[in-house]
Design a protein around this ligand. Sequence first.
Ligand code: DP6
Length: 351
Amino acid sequence: MKEFKSKLNSEKYTISGIVSAKCPSNIALIKYWGKRDVQIPMNPSLSFTLNESNTQTELKFKPNDSGEFKLKVFLDNELKPDFAPKIITFFNRIEEFMPFLNRFEFEINTHNTFPHSSGIASSASGMGALALCLTEMENQLGGNLSETERLKKASFLARLGSGSACRSVYQSITVWGETSAVESSSDLYAVPYPYEIHENFRNFQDTILLIEEGEKEVSSTVGHKLMEGHPYAERRFESAAENLKKLIPVLKEGNLEEFGIIVEHEALSLHAMMMTSNPYYILMKPNTLYVIEEIWRFRKETGLPLYFTLDAGANAHLLFPEKNKVEIGDFIDKSLKSYAKQGKMIKDFSI
Ligand code: DP6
């Protein structure tokens, strides 16, 4: 972790400035579910970084003599005092690696391309964008990080804000969590997926059906905690690591069928953990199940490669290759869209 300590110290600064960054959301194919202190995942995870769903953040900083950082958070130029505690916790966690923070006061203004009420977690893109802003600020103060070092540090910092955020710093496919299957993988930051990716998985489509809007019923913080002492936790952590290993030849060979089996198994395993935790939860809604059944029926009837994944909520992510965009897009519009609240969906993809 020494490599992430800033060359800068907590001396007095006279510089003011503005930095900005954009960071996308991501969808995990191999799920991170369960962690230990501080933000260390219990299993490796792998995700597609999305293209359209992102957070844009502007960070204004000016010197402050109090010896403690101060911050105000705005969403679309509107002051949001209830957003501040999570960011204060984040800043306290990363101060060790950014000792100059307590010499400044900050105004953070953020904008999400997806509606706040959409049920899409903004923590991955939000913490990713903030971490990118902070590393840019470090360089403006003379931190001297090369672009490679800056992204690695941004991923490391983003993890301390929200685990899945560390995967959003890089495009395409990324891996977070140490696994012998992926060289240079680490529990401390994500790495760009280093192996061959078949054409089938380029510009892979993710259409998000917004089945449930608003705040998630169970926050991921609570969800991760429920894995502590969970009777099936150890087996689940092993199974995620095995699934990740199995995915590597699949991504190389373009085997869509096998991809679907692994990805849907992961999604249902995550939900199975929540159904068997103490207390237990069913995070799917009836419409989530209808959508899954429709997808399975469609696949059986047409042989077309449409798959789903789920996060810790009711929304369905519909995954399919770019080459099948037209016919699968038609099916989604005709048969799946009506299961979403007011037919709302977000058409996204991973490059
Ligand atoms: C189900 O990254 O939101 O989306 O580290 O507590 O902020 P914290 O959790 P978070 O958990 C994401 C869980 C997931 C699966 C995944 O993205 O891998």
